[in-house]
Design a protein around this ligand. Structure first.
Ligand code: PMP
Length: 326
């Protein structure tokens, strides 16, 4: 018999898929690490398990405890699956720009959902950073995950995502391109890959309205870079501990409109029904095309599934209202 002990046993070992149409203008082989095959439909299942297991091992999360996290949805989904399997309560704190689908999905897997305003500074008591911290202080036997600064996040990708990509490309990968939010994915995968072959280039995809690109290039945390944006899952107005700027070769920024349009193109031209950050990642990869030559093997990682965006990116009315549909 061949079965997993529980749903957590199905996390990881996701497929690698060749891009055939959208990247025609690039000579290199472009492969997508397709993370929607995880049980929570996103790459975040990997770090959710790791963060919880390490918190248990260190005694920070105790039996019957409540897990509290500020999450754009995918981490919450991953954490909720682990919480159910291991018998914890789960509270997710979201900002109000997150899609309704994400909130409904979190409730469907038993999580309590707390919604906070997006357009306030991180230090504002109403922000989702401050609210999650406050709830953790007020709730007995609770543990605040803090995916931004919790280094088990990066470790999960160093131990699983990175080695899978190396193996699936027979060590031939030359470039890794990925959206950056907490930084766990790029830092964990990037560190592992560069340890195998220091010549591998690691590129981060950032958004307009986020601080990463400017900080990487100048070392300056420029508050003028911060303004509200639409793209979900990537870009930040803080510098999370999980972003290891030393292993990142460069960032490129993708507009909200391009990210939305290319998310739809992935679905229609490649049959890849994916989330908003996948569109940003593939458009960013196309922006970097002068860096790739014929024999290169470029891996792009797609974080999450299209089902979470049917009310937005995959809704013509919303796209028209945003001015993204000509
Ligand atoms: N895309 C989506 C849809 C996400 O939810 C996240 C996580 N915020 C990312 C990209 C960025 O991944 P990471 O946090 O590992 O940098």
């Amino acid at each position: 018999m061949d079965y997993a002990e529980n749903i957590l046993g199905t996390i990881g070992n996701t497929p690698m898929v060749k891009m055939n149409k959208l990247t025609r203008e690039i000579d290199a082989l472009v492969l997508a690490k397709y993370e929607t095959f995880n049980p929570g439909n996103s790459v975040k299942d990997r770090m959710a398990v790791k963060m919880i297991e390490e918190a248990e091992a260190e005694g920070r999360l105790k039996p019957g405890g409540t897990i509290i996290e500020g999450t754009s949805g995918n981490t919450g989904m991953g954490l909720a699956l682990v919480a159910i399997t291991k018998g914890y309560k789960m509270v997710c704190v979201l900002s109000d720009k997150q899609s309704k689908e994400k909130m409904d999905i979190l409730r469907a897997v038993g999580s309590e959902v707390v919604v906070c305003p997006t357009d306030v500074a991180p230090e504002d008591p109403r922000s989702y950073y401050s609210t999650s911290k406050r709830l953790a202080e007020e709730t007995p036997n609770s543990w605040y995950v803090n995916q931004y600064d919790n280094l088990s996040n990066t470790k999960a990708h160093y131990e699983s995502t990175g080695p899978e990509i190396w193996k699936q490309t027979d060590g031939k990968i030359t470039h890794f391109v990925v959206g950056v939010g907490t930084g766990g994915t790029i830092s964990g995968v990037g560190k592992y890959l560069k340890e195998q072959n220091p010549n591998i280039k690691v590129w981060g995809i950032d958004t307009y309205g986020s601080v990463f690109k400017k900080y990487h290039e100048t070392g300056i945390f420029d508050k003028n870079e911060i303004y509200p944006y639409v793209t979900e899952g990537i870009g930040e107005d803080i510098l999370p501990k999980n972003v290891n700027f030393d292993i990142i070769d460069g960032f490129t920024k993708v507009t909200d409109k391009d990210a939305a349009v290319y998310t739809r193109r992935l679905a229609r031209e490649e049959g890849m029904f994916l989330g908003n950050s996948a569109g940003a990642a593939i458009k960013g990869l196309l922006q970097l095309k002068e860096h790739f030559t014929k024999d290169d093997v470029v891996v792009v990682l797609f974080h999450d599934h299209g089902s979470r965006y049917v009310g937005k990116i995959y809704n013509d009315e919303w796209m028209r209202k945003m001015g993204y549909l000509e």
